[in-house]
Ligand binder design. Structure first.
Ligand SMILES: Nc1ncnc2c1ncn2[C@@H]1O[C@H](COP(=O)(O)OP(=O)(O)OP(=O)(O)O)[C@@H](O)[C@H]1O
Ligand SMILES: [Mg+2]
Length: 396
């Protein structure tokens, strides 16, 4: 039996996401990277042979019930990710519920990863956009445990939503993309590239409005400088399915790399599948670099995709960043236009006022027949009255 690595729920062998916690199955793409023909990427043979996607996790004890640093009462584990576990906890001093991300203990021993974790917390704590998760605090305990306290989100991850519902309607997709773009707009203005936009790092809350987006984990986001996508340990700074061609090439990144990931996300939300379906990591890299994805309108089985939205997604998925939207603000403008255009035919299809009442043919016929009978009866009545009148006059 296959079970979710994060929550232990039994999984369908074909499932891409866990139905219990929404976690993506990490075992999806662990083939060796066949770099034949991808000469532009410079990686060592060891890196090429290493399984990609995420760093491996060691099993670790559940910290539920523990008081951390004398400040956080840990209640229960919400889930596990590549770099840490996330717990629901109570911040004792403030008496408020928080989400506590705790770095996996074996990673706290790796100075590079510790550095990355600290950078995640520092970068995130500067962000204030309504669609970005609020980071309250981060610290390292005396025994070396690294943690970050953040706003506790109520709702579910976008991965969970796609896993449960499959393809989403174009209207919802536009709202979700717009929320993420709003979060990115602020981060990009501060020189922070997210680098790991994926369904697990987008949360959907139901308040203050439906599908209210919160972007999580500006974790591997870093103040722009060119670190290679493939690290020495064969890990990726990001998730392969959502990586832009320039990220895969190890070029220095700007916000347009996140816009590419957003294109992949939009494609996935509309169709329930990725733009590129590959059997190995190498095939996927090659597709990101060279292949044009099939138009979403040919794949969306449940919804009609407005052409304007399809154009936006194809532009986001452009191989060259200069061919994408210049920034998140430009994308938001474009999305607004697409939403307006999409709603026009919808309004025509679903008018607010009810159409004028129309008499159906049988009713009309019935009414016409009744009218004739009434006229005939009136004439008959008049003739009879006249006959009686004449007879009375004649025989009197
Ligand atoms: N602020 C939060 N509020 C509520 N749940 C959260 C919060 N942050 C994370 N979670 C949940 O905790 C789980 C683990 O999150 P985590 O970020 O560690 O993993 P991930 O996003 O799958 O992988 P990665 O380490 O690559 O980010 C996820 O299921 C997520 O939905
Ligand atoms: Mg995450």
């Amino acid at each position: 039996m296959i079970v979710c690595e994060a929550c232990g729920v039994a999984l369908d062998p074909e499932a891409r996401f866990c139905g219990g916690c929404g976690q993506r199955r990490r075992s999806g793409l662990t083939g060796e990277i066949n770099l034949s023909g991808i000469t532009e990427i410079t990686v060592t043979a060891d890196q090429a042979a290493a399984p990609l996607v995420q760093p491996t996790e060691k099993s670790e004890s559940d910290l539920s019930g523990v008081t951390l640093n004398g400040r956080y009462q840990i209640e229960s584990r919400l889930g596990k990710g590549g770099f840490g576990s996330v717990y629901r906890a109570r911040q004792l001093q403030m008496n408020r519920e928080v989400a506590l991300k705790i770095l996996h203990p074996h990673m706290a021993a790796d100075p590079q990863l510790v550095e990355r974790f600290k950078r995640e917390a520092q970068a995130s704590s500067k962000l204030r956009a309504p669609h970005t998760v609020m980071v309250y605090d981060f610290d390292q305990t005396e025994d070396g445990t690294l943690y970050m306290a953040m706003e506790l989100l109520r709702g579910r991850s976008l991965g969970h939503a796609i896993g449960e519902e499959g393809a989403l309607s174009p209207e919802r997709v536009v709202v979700i993309l717009d929320g993420i773009a709003d979060s990115l707009e602020e981060a990009h203005a501060q020189g922070i590239v997210h680098r790991d936009i994926k369904p697990e790092n987008v949360y959907l809350e139901s308040k203050p409005t439906a599908d209210f987006v919160k972007v999580l984990d500006f974790g591997i986001a870093k103040i722009i400088s060119g670190a290679p996508a493939l690290t020495a340990a064969g890990q990726t700074l990001g998730t392969l399915e959502y990586m832009s061609p320039e990220q895969l090439m190890g070029e220095s990144l700007d916000g347009r790399s996140d816009l590419y990931a957003l294109g992949v996300l939009g494609y996935e939300m509309l169709t329930g599948r990725h733009p590129f379906e590959a059997r190995s990591a190498g095939e996927l890299i090659s597709a990101h670099l060279r292949k044009v994805p099939p138009p979403v309108s040919t794949l969306s089985k449940t919804h009609v995709v407005p052409p304007a939205l399809e154009r936006i997604l194809m532009r986001l998925l452009a191989k060259k960043r200069d061919d994408r939207h210049a920034d998140a603000a430009a994308l938001r403008n474009d999305l607004l236009g697409a939403l307006k255009r999409a709603s026009e035919p919808a309004l025509k299809r679903d008018p607010v006022r009810s159409p004028p009442a129309k008499i159906d043919p049988p009713t009309e016929q019935l009414q016409r027949g009744n009218r004739r009978m009434l006229i005939a009866a009136t004439i008959l009545g008049a003739v009879t009255a006249l006959a009686f009148g004449l007879a009375f006059w004649f025989f009197r």
